[in-house]
Design a protein around this ligand. Structure first.
Ligand SMILES: [Zn+2]
Length: 346
């Protein structure tokens, strides 16, 4: 815990550093959540959600563990568009996927393939029906004999981006798409290979489209036969980054910078909030299948979308009773988290 210039007022600013020494951006996420809440508040029927979002992460209680802060108690609003909650979801998904991928690599001989399935951009009012249609289409797609023969498991995330380019003919339209991580058998590239054009045909058929959709496939190339799991995971992450930011499959698929632009409440931002809130309500954006689903279950990983957003990376019972409590609260005036008290309860 570092003291800061606010020490004069007797106030101490929260500083939460992760295992790699990188500071966790509580303040930034809280600010974005407040801005997002303001946009919700501008829509009458989202007023309740706005209130909860304003309160999201107001109080944080940490335990000190191995010299680092570990979140112990907090209130999160769990709204689909909340930047604070989506940050927590992303961390949880990334942690879970890392565990799942490590377990799979440990036990099975598989290779990994990224698949991106898209449809043409749609207007706000078509977004929800299109996303529903895509979910149904995915089930058909994953049920095809070819898919079942060539794929052993998958992680699938639906992402929606908006076109913000005022010069574009697609300006203001939405682009829902799937990012999929596939575990394929080692003989996939020699025996059960599915060409890009075949993936495209399969997706077009499943979606019942009268045009050819854009489908990307990319092989994930971890270091040759590396047995070092950390290395494999790092390679996988590197590959994800290299492919393009769009391939960041493990991030929760709603980026708040794609929902609201700038730091002001604008009619354009409000419209986007309205459209996305409607389209994403009660919608599951991520899912696991086959081997990955089995391992998710076996490892007893909880729901990253609607579940606990406090304990995202370890079991809570690892925290010893009597550990030092550090409480922080959001200080509206300072626009930052302030430590309110510490106590030792032995
Ligand atoms: Zn929230």
């Amino acid at each position: 815990m570092e003291s800061s210039s606010y020490q004069d007022n007797g106030l101490e600013i929260l500083k939460d550093v992760d295992a790699n020494g990188k500071e966790r951006d509580w303040k930034g996420k809280k600010k974005r959540a407040r801005l997002m809440a303001k946009h919700h508040a501008a829509v009458e029927k989202l007023a309740k959600k706005a209130e909860r979002m304003y309160d999201c992460g107001n109080y944080l209680v940490f335990k000190m563990k191995d010299g680092r802060l570990k979140l112990y108690q907090a209130y999160f609003c769990k709204a689909r568009l909340c930047p604070m909650c989506n940050w927590r979801r992303s961390l949880k998904i990334a942690f879970q996927n890392k565990k799942i991928i490590q377990t799979v690599n440990d036990r099975e001989k598989v290779k990994w393939v990224f698949l991106t399935l898209t449809v043409r951009n749609v207007e706000g009012e078509e977004l929800k029906p299109t996303m529903d249609q895509m979910t149904k289409a995915w089930n058909r797609f994953a049920g095809y004999a070819k898919f079942k023969k060539s794929v052993r498991g998958y992680f699938r995330a639906m992402e929606v981006t908006r076109n913000w380019d005022k010069e574009s003919e697609w300006y203001g339209t939405y682009h829902p798409h799937f990012h999929v991580l596939l575990a394929v058998p080692t003989n996939y590239f020699s025996k059960n290979y599915i060409k890009q054009s075949e993936w495209t045909d399969m997706w077009q058929r499943a979606m019942q489209l009268d045009y050819t959709p854009i489908v990307h496939v990319a092989k994930v190339k971890p270091k040759a036969e590396s047995t070092n799991l950390v290395e494999v995971e790092q390679e996988l992450r590197k590959t994800i980054l290299e492919q393009n930011a769009i391939f960041e499959v493990s991030k929760y698929p709603v980026k708040d910078t794609d929902v609201i632009r700038g730091n002001e409440v604008t009619p354009e931002n409000i419209q986007t909030v309205k459209d996305l809130d409607k389209a994403l309500a009660y919608k599951r954006l991520i899912s696991y299948g086959g081997l990955l689903k089995e391992i998710h279950k076996e490892l007893q990983l909880s729901d990253a979308e609607d579940g606990d957003l406090i304990h995202i990376d370890e079991d809570s019972d690892e925290l010893a009773n009597g550990a030092l409590d550090v409480m922080a609260y959001w200080h509206v005036g300072l626009n930052n988290y302030v430590i309110s008290r510490r106590k030792t309860n032995d």
